[in-house]
Design a protein. Structure first.
Length: 190
């Protein structure tokens, strides 16, 4: 009878341990998914701003068509990216392209004086700051979940329950890590 009680207690403890591990993995996955969703909202805000920005500068920058087309093409590619890692890489490339776009715009004093362009530029700067914060939060949540999935003994159970690691939102080129410079003064100098 005592052996049966001990066996039952061991089974109950093992079951509770499995439930605790599973619930921890679920919480971590949900937190990382929430963080990714928050980042997606900011990236969508930036993507929605791009057509207005391109439309505003098109008349000023006709001979800079390659820069405009690059930004527009990257925005379209992001919409059909096959997975999060590919989308994250394309988002990094878009940040770089926007930086080039804004650098080229510095050569157009009339554009820099446009109230519409200045408003869009300020909105882009604010969105880029929000994206930076969302990336940091997402990467923290992904790191915590990846630690859970890869740490012993959870790493033995995570694959059986279908839990995998989350990709980090990283920018490959160190020069691209800076937020694009989008500040112009209205007086024409930069």
């Amino acid at each position: 009878m005592t052996a049966l009680a001990i066996l039952a207690a061991i089974l109950v403890l093992a079951g509770a341990w499995l439930v605790a591990i599973y619930n921890g993995l679920v919480r971590g996955r949900n937190l990382a998914a929430e963080a990714q969703s928050g980042m997606d909202v900011q990236l969508k805000r930036r993507a929605d701003l791009i057509p207005n920005l391109v439309s505003t500068v098109k008349g000023y920058m006709d001979h800079e068509r390659g820069v405009l087309e690059s930004v527009t093409a990257l925005r379209a590619k992001i919409d059909v990216a096959p997975d999060a890692a590919a989308r994250f890489q394309l988002e990094g490339e878009l940040s770089t392209a926007l930086g080039r776009f804004m650098a080229v715009a510095e050569n157009y004093p009339a554009l820099r004086a446009s109230e519409n362009f200045l408003a869009l530029q300020q909105e882009l700067a604010a969105i880029e700051n929000e994206i930076q914060l969302a990336r940091r939060y997402y990467n923290g949540a992904a790191r915590a979940q990846n630690n859970r999935v890869q740490s012993f003994p959870t790493n033995l159970l995570a694959p059986a329950f279908g839990f995998t690691t989350f990709p980090y939102f990283e920018i490959a080129d160190p020069a691209d890590r800076a937020v694009p410079k989008v500040g112009f003064d209205a007086g024409g100098g930069s």
